[in-house]
Ligand binder design. Structure first.
Ligand code: NOJ
Length: 554
């Protein structure tokens, strides 16, 4: 087997151009600035950049309300600058994927404007209408507490339209043939410009059959059609789907034959990671990993800690959720939509470097491909004075200069954090770059090692048996290579006893420091782990090149 599925071992980094860096002093991040920072990302070890929406948009949902799929928002740049950026990224060995937001448009999209003003417009059928108010008009809101309905009357059209999200985001009827064609055209456009695929927004809703009188079933074939088109146009492009669904549904998204989306963000595991970080109890995380074990050979999980949205804990039990809230969101203003936490990682973990490393070590060693959120590599904080999810979307902190070096202008689009703990004077790239012990340099080193462990992306894995309740142990096997990772979620020193399954007694060599463990006469290791400690061990010699089992000379 030739291993050229690049996404199996990518390091994905998610950012919004608007909040990354401003080159011209207008206060808004832009492509010219981002292009200049590509060397920073390449140096960190990033291999794939996920750009959040930068298209034409009234920006009422941070760009997830698109009014022009073929346009670049003028405040972030021009097409020429986007193409320059794509080219430079490629030169530095980085791919780019972009957000594909086609479950809905903005209400300012020309399609919706035409649809609402004329019942005979060909665009009318692009959206989902009802002459009367559907009985379920106030059910199924994604943003409870902020969004009041899913059906709103449009005065111009004289009818109700369906919107799964905010009322300025009318849903497209994605089963309409003309809409399907529009979606593929949009995909084709960006693929032609050179992107390596899409982060697909709101996939469970995208594939739902919608209508006041329609039973809301999901049509997974739509994903198959999109995949077909995608690979017809560009064979190595991927779809990374946002679908916060229970494990028994995930195979529908990957496709039994692996013929739908290549990647799914693993929300199921994400929620249990935070449960385990909050309580020290690793059992639910172990279970979640086993529940999401099955996937087609070419499919891959996206593993992430925090994203640009709230930390959604809606799929934990009520009691589990309360336990996480008690630890990580003790104040009411930290909560959102009755299910989530609107904070960044570092503040949730009390800025405790041991726990931040522990969480990140998990990010890089759980089965899948890591997806990093910009700013987490320096431990950025949040701004709870900002509404809803904007608390975790503040500008990147580059230096101790005014506005954290994000802009030389006077008014950044969003205030840069300047509090006593997480302010840009204390948390910034420039300072951390010079400090060998900084989180930034630690992250760079751990990414380097993750790249030398392709078995994590490719390998079969098993949970180590008989671990203490607060320890997670995973063994990866791939060809003749074997790697063991351990995480101690407790605030106390712990002894872990283990034996490597299926291998002769062999030393365990720590991949991140000098130590090693020699087996006793029956091949057993005893590892003493400090509070919140983690270990990455190679079984045997870490410098020996990988050989496929069948090629090894005896
Ligand atoms: C999911 C995105 O992650 C979120 O930020 C957005 O508000 C909704 N989809 C609607 O597009």
């Amino acid at each position: 087997m030739i291993h050229d599925l690049w996404y199996k071992n990518a390091i994905i980094y998610c950012l919004n151009v608007e909040t990354f860096i401003d080159s011209n002093g207008d206060g808004c991040g832009d492509f010219v600035g981002l292009t200049d920072k590509l060397a920073y990302l390449a140096g960190l070890g990033v291999t794939c950049i996920w750009l959040m929406p930068f298209y034409g948009s009234p920006n009422k949902d941070d760009g997830y309300d698109v009014s022009d799929y073929y346009g670049v928002h003028p405040r972030v740049g021009t097409f020429g600058e986007v193409v320059e950026f794509l080219n430079q990224a490629r030169q530095l060995g980085m791919r780019v994927i972009v957000d594909l937001v086609v479950n809905h448009t903005s209400d300012q999209h020309p399609w919706f404007k035409a649809a609402r003003s004329d019942p005979d417009s060909p665009y009318r059928q692009y959206y989902v209408w009802s002459k009367t108010r559907p009985p379920k008009w106030n059910k199924g809101m994604v943003f409870p507490g902020v969004q009041e309905s899913t059906w709103t009357r449009d005065v111009k059209a004289g009818e109700y339209y369906f919107h799964r999200f905010y009322d300025f985001q009318p849903d497209l009827d994605t089963h309409d043939a003309a809409v399907k064609e529009e979606i593929t055209r949009v995909m084709g456009f960006w693929l032609q410009l050179g992107v390596s695929g899409f982060r697909m927004d709101a996939v469970p809703f995208l594939i739902e059959r919608k209508g006041a009188k329609v039973r809301p079933t999901r049509d997974y074939d739509l994903l198959h059609d999109m995949r077909d088109f995608l690979q017809w146009r560009r064979r190595d492009a991927i779809m990374l789907a946002e679908a916060n669904v229970p494990p028994q549904q995930t195979l529908h998204y990957f496709g039994e034959e692996g013929d739908r989306v290549q990647m799914l963000l693993n929300f199921w595991v994400n929620q249990r990671m935070f449960y385990t970080l909050a309580t020290g109890n690793a059992a639910p995380l172990r279970k979640a990993l086993l529940q999401t074990y099955e996937r087609p050979h070419a499919a891959q999980w996206g593993i992430f800690l925090r994203a640009h949205d709230e930390l959604d804990l809606g799929r934990l039990t009520d009691r589990q959720r309360e336990q996480v809230f008690a630890q990580f969101a003790p104040q009411k203003r930290m909560l959102l939509y009755d299910r989530g936490i609107r904070r960044r990682l570092a503040p949730m973990l009390n800025n405790d470097r041991r726990r931040i490393e522990l969480a990140n070590s998990l990010l890089f060693t759980l089965p899948g491909t890591p997806v990093i959120r910009y700013g987490d590599e320096i431990g950025m904080g949040d701004d709870l004075d900002l509404p809803e999810r904007y608390s975790v979307r503040t500008p990147m902190q580059w230096s101790a200069q005014p506005h954290g070096g994000f802009t030389i202008g006077r008014r950044p689009i969003r205030k840069v954090i300047d509090d006593d703990v997480f302010g840009f004077q204390r948390v910034n790239v420039a300072d951390q770059r010079r400090d060998p012990n900084s989180l930034l340099n630690w992250t760079e080193r751990i990414i380097r090692m993750r790249k030398e462990c392709p078995e994590i992306g490719w390998g079969g894995w098993q949970l180590l048996p008989r671990m203490p309740g607060h320890v997670l142990g995973i063994q990866y096997d791939w060809n003749d290579r074997c790697t063991i990772v351990l995480h101690n979620f407790a605030d106390r020193t712990t002894k872990v006893r283990l034996r490597v399954d299926g291998r002769p007694p062999c030393p365990l060599v720590n991949l991140l420091s000098q130590d090693r463990s020699e087996p006793d006469e029956i091949g057993r290791h005893v590892i003493e782990m400090e509070p919140y400690g983690y270990r990455w061990f190679r079984v045997g010699d870490p410098e020996r090149p990988l050989t496929a089992e069948k090629n090894r000379r005896r």
